[in-house]
Each structure stands twice: as structure tokens, then as C-alpha cells.
Design a protein around this ligand. Structure first.
Ligand code: S3P
Length: 428
């Protein structure tokens, strides 16, 4: 489906977004692991989290969808049953990688597959460290799906230093180690999102080598109730649109403001964005607050490479902000973008070039120069939800609007994007 966007003159209003995708994946998995009934409010309604629920249903877990919550009947320690078929993770790297950690510790065989995009993404990054824990897990020679997991009698607790700055890899190892009597220590040199540690209440220690995360069977989840805060990664698209549209002011309610995720706000503020945090509270270890955003004049800044894992999902929309800001946008140290739902360095460079910007593609980033000059073009979503929404926003900032192809892929993280834009655009 080609989605057409007109230039937006002004946006206004108060927006409630569905729950953070990363926290929702984990809430659903931990509830399924716990022994008894858990309740999840404001769970993400994304296709990705649905993929996690589908996999857990095939392992015997039951979900009851109530008006304002999901009731999860958890299976308890090693209570999952052998799936009759392969587990299909769809487009979701988080589903495939975190479920691999859980399944590596079960007493039955399982196979995880995914869609065309996920089937190209690197899985060696979880397979190698899970083998260090003694698990029997393998992928194809190229390090891609299907992921084949067999029961292992040699599982053992280990001290493991992460080789890649990835919350998905870290979480896969934690979820395997949480089935073991002895304590494992997972060491993370570069901080990545820490929702797994927070939701499970894991002990962590910081020293010169980074953060040490301690985990054993003692940390196995118990039934719980949670209200998932709104997704900051989905909010980022509306924040940038509000900053760059004249006479605009929006409020996004109850946004997850976990410090491993707020790099996008820090950068936009440094660029001159007026973003205020209101009603800040802490709930289940996670900070939550309302974001009030005003039209602003943005200037490009130098983005430090150390912040990249914190902003990895927001780089597409930050680049759109950079394309309309004073000065040139440049990002480096972001090679991980090449192994996301699409090769996001390529996807971004191709689309910015289509709009008439001068683009320099680097191995680990890119640079943008000039101004968007070619109007009402069709941007290519590359089947990637964040690319689709980023160029949807770009279209709404261009004089004659623009179009984005295969726009339905936004359902992977936010099926309500167009509705939410229409709401903000029509508020008095
Ligand atoms: C996620 C971690 C990040 C992020 C992804 C969600 C998670 O991936 O890009 O969208 O929920 O753990 P990596 O850990 O592979 O960087």
C-alpha cells in the first residue's frame, strides 16, 4: 500500500501511545515463564510482540485478551511443552533471540524461523555465547536462521563478557542463565537497554570493565502485574514532527524514560529542541513521564559514537531531523544499522538521495548535505517499519508532501501511526 502524506501546517494535542515494544516482549515472556497468572496492561499491539505471543502459545501458554489488559497463564519453571511445529518469529529479532535463550534451557527440541528480513539477520551472535553456556544450538553455516535448539545436559553457569553491544544478545544469555542453580556473571562493556535486568530485578555492579549482571535460578520470574509505559521509539516520530512543524505543541503521555533509551531526547535537546518532561515517576524500576514538545529551530551537532546503542532504533528519524536542521547531519560508529530490519544505512541513504540531498555513505554511517529539493516523490520503506515512518514524517515536512510504499509494514511496531497523525493534525 502506498501511503500519501500532505504537508502538515501545525500539530497539536495529547497523545497516548501503546506500550514500549521492548518492555512488552519481556513482560509477555516473563509472564509465560512464571508459575501462575500475570496481568499486563497497555501491552504493545505491534506485530512483533504478537510474534512473541504466538511462539509462547505454541509452547503451551494461554493468553486471555481482556478490554484493557492481557491475562497470562504462566507455565512455571521448565513447564513449556514441545511445540508441534517450528516457532515463527516473523520480523522480530527480539522474539528470535530472546526465545532462543529460554529454549536453550528446555528439555525438548525446537526450531525458530522468521520472515525474509529476519532470515538474513545474524544469529551467530547468540549461538556462539549460548554454546559457551553449554547449550546445543546451531544455525546455518552463514550464521542465519533456522535456529535449531536441542536439550543439553552440559548447561553450566559462566562468566561471559559480551562481544557485541546488543541488548538482545545480553537478554538471551540472561534468559538461559536464569534456569541454572549456580550464578552466572554477564559483563557488558558498552551499556545497552536494560529492561531485562530491571524487570527481573537482577543485581548489577559497575566497575572499570563495565556493568556486571548477576543471574541464577533465584531470579526466575514470579507472577506479576505491570502497566507498560508508552514506547519512546514510537514517540520519537511525533516528537520530530512537532519540533519541525511551526506553531505546534504536543504532549505524549506516560512515555518510558529509561536512561538506556532517552538518548534521542538528549540529542534533540542539544540540537535546540524544546522538550519538557512532566509528571516523572518510577514504576517497576522504569522511569515514566509525559513529554511536552514545542516547535523549535534545530541545528546539527556532533553525535558521539558512545551513544549509538542508546539511539540505535531512533537513528532513521534523527536523520530526518538532521536533514531539516541547520548544518550537515553526520553519524558514524553505527555499523549495527546494517543488520536491522533492513540495511538501514542503505535504506536511509537511498531515500535521502531520492529527495535531492547530497549523501555520503560510510561503512558505519552516513553524512547528509544540502536541502530536500525533489518534491512529492515515492519513498521506499524497504519493508522496514522505522524507515517507513521516518519518511512518512519527512513527507509531512515537505512543501508538496510525499508518499511511502509498502507502508503497512509500520504494523511491526505501531499499527496506529496514520490514525495518530490524523488525530494530532485535526486537534483544535
Ligand atoms: C531490542 C534491542 C535492540 C533494538 C531492537 C530491540 C530489544 O537490538 O534495536 O529494536 O528489545 O532488546 P540489539 O540488541 O540487537 O541492538
Amino acid at each position: 500500500m502506498i501511503q500519501q502524506f500532505k504537508k502538515i501546517e501545525r500539530i497539536k494535542g495529547e497523545l497516548e501511545l501503546r506500550g514500549d515494544k521492548s518492555i512488552s516482549h519481556r513482560a509477555v515472556m516473563f509472564a509465560a515463564m512464571a508459575n501462575g497468572v500475570s496481568v499486563i496492561c497497555n501491552c504493545s499491539d505491534s506485530e512483533d510482540v504478537r510474534s512473541t505471543m504466538d511462539c509462547l502459545e505454541k509452547l503451551g501458554c494461554k493468553f486471555e485478551f481482556l478490554d484493557d489488559s492481557i491475562k497470562v497463564n504462566g507455565k512455571g519453571f521448565k513447564g513449556f511443552s514441545k511445540p508441534e511445529n517450528d516457532l515463527y518469529a516473523g520480523n522480530s529479532g527480539t522474539t528470535a533471540r530472546l526465545m532462543s535463550g529460554i529454549l536453550a534451557a528446555q528439555d525438548f527440541e525446537s526450531v525458530i524461523t522468521g520472515d525474509e528480513s529476519l532470515s538474513k539477520r545474524p544469529m551467530g551472535r547468540i549461538v556462539e555465547p549460548l554454546k559457551v553456556f553449554g547449550s546445543d544450538i546451531s544455525v546455518s553455516e552463514k550464521g542465519i536462521m533456522p535456529i535449531n535448539i536441542k536439550p543439553s545436559s552440559t548447561l553450566k553457569a559462566v562468566n561471559y563478557k559480551l562481544q557485541v553491544a546488543s541488548a538482545q544478545v545480553k537478554s538471551a544469555l540472561i534468559l538461559c542463565a536464569i534456569h541454572l542453580d549456580e550464578e552466572s556473571v554477564i559483563i557488558e562493556a558498552i551499556p545497552t537497554r536494560n529492561h531485562t535486568e530491571k524487570l527481573l530485578g537482577l543485581r548489577t555492579e559497575k566497575d572499570s570493565s563495565g556493568t556486571k549482571i548477576f543471574v541464577s535460578k533465584k531470579n526466575y520470574p514470579q507472577p506479576f502485574e505491570i502497566t507498560v509505559p508508552s514506547d519512546i521509539s514510537s514517540a520519537a516520530f511525533f516528537i520530530v514532527l512537532a519540533l519541525l512543524t511551526r506553531n505546534s505543541e504536543i504532549v505524549i503521555k506516560n512515555v518510558s524514560l529509561n536512561e538506556t533509551r532517552t538518548g534521542v531526547i538528549d540529542i534533540l535537546k542539544q540540537m535546540g529542541g524544546i522538550i519538557e518532561v512532566e509528571n516523572l515517576i518510577e514504576s517497576k524500576g522504569e522511569k515514566v513521564g509525559d513529554l511536552r514538545v514545542f516547535s523549535s529551530n534545530l541545528k546539527n551537532i556532533s553525535i558521539p559514537e558512545t551513544i549509538i546503542p542508546n539511539i540505535i532504533d531512533e537513528i532513521p528519524i534523527l536523520a530526518v531531523a538532521g536533514a531539516f536542521a541547520e548544518g550537515n547531519f553526520r553519524i558514524t560508529g553505527a555499523k549495527e544499522l546494517r543488520v536491522k530490519e533492513s540495511d538501514r544505512i542503505k535504506s536511509l541513504c537511498q531515500n535521502f538521495a531520492r529527495a535531492g540531498l547530497i549523501v555520503t555513505e560510510l561503512e558505519d554511517g552516513f553524512e547528509l548535505d544540502g536541502k530536500a529539493s525533489i518534491e512529492n516523490i515515492i519513498f521506499d520503506s524497504c519493508g522496514d517499519h522505522r524507515i517507513a515512518m521516518a519518511f512518512g514524517v519527512m513527507s509531512m515536512l515537505m512543501e508538496n508532501g510525499g508518499k511511502v510504499n509498502d507502508f503497512e509494514c509500520v504494523g511491526v511496531s505501531n499499527p496506529n501511526f496514520v490514525e495518530q497523525i490524523n488525530f494530532l493534525n485535526s486537534s483544535p
